[in-house]
Design a protein around this ligand. Sequence first.
Ligand code: GTP
Length: 204
Amino acid sequence: MRSAVVVAGGRSTRFGDADKAVAELAGTPMIRRVADRLVSTVDELVVNCRADQRAAIESAMGDYPLPVRYALDTDTDEGPMAGIGTGLGACDGEYAVVVACDMPFVDSGVVEYLFERAEEENVDAAVPKLDDGWYQTTQAVYRADAMAAACEAALERGDRKILAPLEELAWVVVEESEIREHGDVGTFENVNTRDEFEDAQTRF
Ligand SMILES: Nc1nc2c(ncn2[C@@H]2O[C@H](COP(=O)(O)OP(=O)(O)OP(=O)(O)O)[C@@H](O)[C@H]2O)c(=O)[nH]1
């Protein structure tokens, strides 16, 4: 069994007054667009968000075809890594893909490849690294229980860095060239501002 975690507990400060997770992107809430692209590769979906976001997100998820569960932040505003850990802690699958709620172009071919790398190499994570040097930890596959525990341990020692939990795990780096062989590198595009949102909207 495979799980997906959509991380949505951020404050969307660059976006303005609204929560970008549920903003209607070409007629469909952005989080729903992300979730829809994961249906073919996973068996269940976990949404990580704050309690005050839940009703709007539940309504955005509407008639989603897979089981959806909510992993609510107990401590809010602890950053993306805390959200990843909370979401992964609620997964039933051994492996889970984590995707940020603002990545509406997520490519199922890339997600499938990340699962295969993690499963076949029996590692705790498969994390893409682009040619610009950035690790894409908010679109990566993790062994759910190991990464959840590592996130908790990192937070306990006061380290909120996104790569901190990986220090104690066995993981593989997936290079941009390998990503390109399995899908579109635009999979990592994320929408932060209104301008980026308007621009993304024209591409659906
Ligand atoms: N649970 C949780 N998720 C977070 C937190 N901060 C960011 N995220 C999520 O991590 C992902 C990447 O974060 P950003 O793109 O910076 O989103 P954001 O923090 O809402 O936006 P800005 O306020 O504009 O930085 C998004 O899916 C966010 O929802 C947090 O404190 N807690």
